[in-house]
Structure formats: C-alpha cells, structure tokens
Design a binder for this molecule. Structure first.
Ligand SMILES: [Fe+2]
Length: 265
C-alpha cells in the first residue's frame, strides 16, 4: 500500500509511547532536521505569514505566552500539542479559510497546531511535520514492530499533497531525518535499562507542578474534557503523560493472568 512502512527497533514498545508524548527531546535529538527547517523558513515570504497571523485573534491573544501543552484522558490516552501558527509550512495553509467556514475557527486553529495523540496502548496519530498513523506491536521485551501510514485529508491540491509527502519523507520513517534519531535513542535506553551498577536517574517528574485537574481555555474552546492538563509558557517539558501510560499499563497487568511467572515487559 502506498505510504505504508513497517520497521522494527531493538527496544521496548513503551519507549515509542514516551517519545511521542515528549516534546523536550526535539531540540537535542533532531538538530539536523532543525537546520533544514530553519533554511526552509528563510525561504518563506514573511509577508504571507504576517497577513494571516494578523487576521486571527486566536494567534494574537489566546496563545500569547503559550508554547503548547498536554492533556491526559482516562484509560491512558494522551495528547501533547504545540503552537505552530497558521503558516505556509503546513499543507493545510491553502484551506485555512475554507476549514474555518466548515469547522469553525476554534477547530481550524487547532488543526494548525502540532498534535501528537496516543490512543493507549498502541495507536498513535502524529501531526507535526506531516501526518502519520502508527500501530505499535511488541514482538519481545526488547523488540518492537512499527507499522506506519502517511495520512492526509481528501481534496488537497496537488501542490499541498506534494508538500505533505515531501515533509513526511523529511521527518518520518527509517529513511527520514527524525525517526532514526528516535529509534537509536530507544535502543540506547534499552541498553541503559540493563545497567546494574548505577540506578536509572532519568525520572519522570517534569511537569508535575504544572499539571492541573481538568482542562483549560484551549480544551474549552474545542469542547473536550481531559482529566488533567499542562500549559507551557516556553518549551513543553511535560512528563506527566507518561504517568497516564504507566497507570493504565499497571492496571492492565494487574488484571492479566500470570503467564509463566515472569514480570510483564
Ligand atoms: Fe523525536
């Protein structure tokens, strides 16, 4: 099937969950991709960006001082998002007006954000450089299969579709500039987990003091009702979504019949 890729990495399946919900690894793990983005941004006319930016109260007022945020829902489902703005860097740009008419401004504006969604335990939709659907399949405690699809809205122009696919190729899959950075890191983590000398020091505490019960003005605007939320004023460094994963995982493991006396991976 066009746009479908299957690959494996030699590490635990839960590392893919953490990665998708973690915004702060982006700058340290993907510097070569970031350099490409910077070069591309210089090629975009600033006049075009300013004309749309100025027309949207949302981008001027509601997102002032907000870099992004996260939502956690019942049963381990989580979403993290970042403010991108209505920019030609998105293949949706040509439809910005039409999308507002069809879905309302709130949902149109939301579509232009970076959004990484995990439906626990093994389905992800990543909406950032392009749009990717993922299914995660554990093959062993230290081996995971990923099946990924490039997804896109119907009715896109040929130019927008070309942009979406090119940006997809840049970022995703074993041939892209970002996925290999991530999967190599998973494998290094897996090796680190086996270390018996020093305790694992990473921790999962970032964002705990920023996490609040319920939603915020952004979820209200969309009409969604998360259990907890985080808003970031600079880079989103939230790890509280991991807590949702591990609570859901622990709950399922507690309910699972013991197979052979081994600790579940
Ligand atoms: Fe990454």
């Amino acid at each position: 099937m066009p746009g479908q890729v299957t690959f494996t990495y030699a590490a635990n399946w839960k590392l893919q969950l953490e990665n998708c919900s973690d915004a702060y690894h982006f700058t340290s793990a993907h510097p070569s991709y970031i350099r490409v983005l910077e070069r591309r941004q210089q090629e975009i006319s600033s006049d075009v960006v300013a004309s749309v930016w100025e027309s949207s109260d949302y981008w001027k007022e509601d997102t002032k001082g907000v870099a992004g945020g996260s939502y956690s829902f019942a049963n381990g489902h989580v979403l993290n998002w970042g403010v991108f703005g209505i920019t030609p860097a998105s293949p949706l740009y040509e439809q910005a007006g039409a999308l507002a008419e069809r879905h309302g401004e709130a949902r149109r504006d939301w579509m232009f954000n970076m959004r990484n969604l995990t439906i626990f335990p093994n389905l992800q939709i990543a909406e950032n450089a392009s749009s990717q659907l993922r299914v995660i399949r554990p093959l062993a405690p230290g081996l995971t299969e990923m099946r990924t699809w490039c997804i896109a809205p119907k009715g896109e122009s040929a130019a927008a579709r070309r942009q979406r696919i090119r940006q997809y190729e840049d970022f995703f899959n074993p041939t892209g500039m970002a996925t290999p950075d991530d999967t190599v890191a998973y494998e290094a983590c897996q090796a680190g987990f086996a270390g018996m000398v020093a305790p694992w020091l990473q921790g999962h505490a970032r964002g705990m003091t920023a996490s609040v019960a319920g939603g915020n003005r952004f979820s209200d605007r969309l009409g969604i009702t998360p259990e907890r939320s985080v808003l970031a004023d600079a880079q989103l460094c939230d790890e509280t979504l991991f807590h949702s994963y591990y609570r859901a995982w622990a709950s399922r493991m507690a309910d699972a019949p013991a197979a052979n006396g081994e600790t579940p991976a």
